[in-house]
Design a binder for this molecule. Sequence first.
Ligand code: SF4
Length: 316
Amino acid sequence: MQIQAVVYYLVQNKEKGFRLMETLNTIADPNFSIILPGPCNANCAFCFWKRDENENAEISNYMLKLDALLSKLPKQFTQVSLTGGEPTISKHLPSVLNVLRDHRKQFNKVVLTTNLVRPITLRKDERIQEFVRQFSGVVDYVNVSIHHNVTETNKKILRVKDGNITPDTEMLKKFINKMNIIGIPVNANCVLTNNLVHDWLEGAARWIFLKSSIDDYITEIKRLGFSSISFRKPHTKDSGLEPHPAEVAFQNRKVVMESKCPVCVAKTQIIDGMYVTWKRSVAEPSDSMPDLIYELVYHPDETLAADWSKNIIVEV
Ligand code: SF4
């Protein structure tokens, strides 16, 4: 597009929240998120991504558009995140992975996030073999959402829907082992709900209790073979960037890495021999910094936006 046309376009559309992909002003390592079409088999109370179960059951140009988009993605986008709904139950996952495979060289990291909840009709071994086939050579890193070290409590937090099974310790061990064999580290993603860190506001004795809940979680996750852990403060409209009390309880541990951006903080420590990252971010980055793009999101309805709420639409 000619420079004058770009300037004209921007002046005309800025008020409406439109941007042109070729003129994006981004943070240093922006993320490219692909939200796979399809529902989730869980219903977490803290999920900020509520949507219609049948959204985009049938899609037409999703793959073609994704392919075209990846060809034009600015060079600073070197990390791709695959998410949902629950990406592993999306019937479009194999095609999305194939499209990504064709563009693999342009990215440093492709990350897939899953709760590993599976339909009751699928045996665990069958399921794991399917993942090995699909992820090989395209996914670099898997995040498993596991919000409590006890399977039954994790199931309650995920509010797993009927007809589905929460991963048990045997499934998790087998999955991690197979992923590690094909060179994929597995990270445990844990949202700090009150089921894990309850009653921390009620005095010093409770702080000890809080710390020991986290210690138990880390011990179990390490035993299962996970490579690392990410604890995330729940997103609420005003959750802000203050550390969660659980993070504060471990503040005397050495920090090995800390990334700061205007909308999110990630601090990594080594606790009990595990890399543990504490993450906190504002609920919707585009509300706090509309002129600086934090990520691009490819939505199931084929919209490209600079956020999950589609406040800022990006034209290619
Ligand atoms: S598993 Fe993820 S997408 Fe599904 S309900 Fe929970 S937070 Fe939302």
